[in-house]
Design a protein around this ligand. Sequence first.
Ligand SMILES: *Cc1c(COP(=O)(O)O)cnc(C)c1O
Length: 418
Amino acid sequence: MNPSSTAVTRQTFDEVMVPVFAPAAFIPVRGEGSRVWDTEGREYIDFAGGIAVTGLGHAHPALLQVLQEQGGQLWHIGNGYTNLPVLRLARQLEALSFAERAFFANSGAEANEAALKLARRVGFERHGVHKTGIVSFAQSFHGRTFLTVSVGGQPKYSEGFGPVPADLLHVPYNDIAAARAAIGPNTCAVIVEPVQGEGGVIPAEPAFLQALRDACDAHEALLIFDEVQTGVGRTGHFYAYQESGVTPDILTTAKALGNGFPIGAMLTTAALAQHFKVGVHGTTYGGNPLAAAIASKVVELVSEPALLEGVRQRSEVVRAHLARLDARFGVFRQIRGKGLLIGSELNERFKGRAKEVLTAAAQEGLMLLMAGPDVLRFAPSLIIPLADLDEGFARLERTLARVVASVAAEAGAAQPKG
Ligand SMILES: *Cc1c(COP(=O)(O)O)cnc(C)c1O
């Protein structure tokens, strides 16, 4: 049997893959803009964006052109050589942000791993062996490497892997007093998401971020903003910190940076970057010319003021649709988020049913995300046509009608008959 000719189906997943994921029942094969088609030719509106990654939608013509051009030139050369696309990309990101130096990796977790290692290194070199404390927040998500998952604030992801790295402290998010109490002379870094994405789409209070900045300054600790999910236009600003008025020392960015081509980056100042001397950190693939060329085009397109304004406008449209659906069905406890990273928390009656909504949505031709068992998460393309937004919400309306009906039927069945 020639294995490459063997037909594969969704069931094959259960036979050949390590089961850390539970993918949907259908298999997408093609995408264009904000629409996706599966193996059966069924069409979906994409409100998931590959988990806040495809900010410019699928098969964007300008990105396809760069992929083909750079693909015919040079894919990979190794970090014994530099390359033109990566230098251009670093220049662009530094022109757009506080940063003066960039380190490129292949994912968000790796960007955070670099950020945390840099902070520990700076602490060690400037202050000594005691300065190793890392403060992070409950429900935060920073990736799945051993260090980043341990720093993350979701025990369900970090437990069961043996002794955790030392000197990590988790405190409640948006709790200024708890953060002040936790940040001290031994703290080398505080890492925070400006909007908690995986943790339930929870924006940081501006005063909370400012308090972190002040406490870090008081104790010479570094403030790291994990903008892996919020960065590259997602909140209606190129980076979310730019709206917050608080500037971090280190910023990590990934997800939408490559629009699906894997790339991540750690951005920082020249003074801090010096502590990563030759050989102190590294990567094989990070900063390769193919990923960098694509990201460079993404950054060029997303940083356009008109595009960012469009994100803020679409944000209002999404919120209006959600408010309308809530008025009709009474399903949400709260609608929150920034730009096109929006969460709607299900109310008591629908608690724990986000997964059920996602499954029903797929049957109606809508791809959606959750952020924990109680929150529907919306992260569509930043340039999703308004007609696709409207159509997606029409499909969500049909979805919710079904879910509401089935919850009512369950409740009816549970009623003792008089
Ligand atoms: C997705 C995410 C990560 C991890 O990124 P990977 O590319 O999956 O490693 C880290 N931080 C935040 C805030 C994220 O949303």
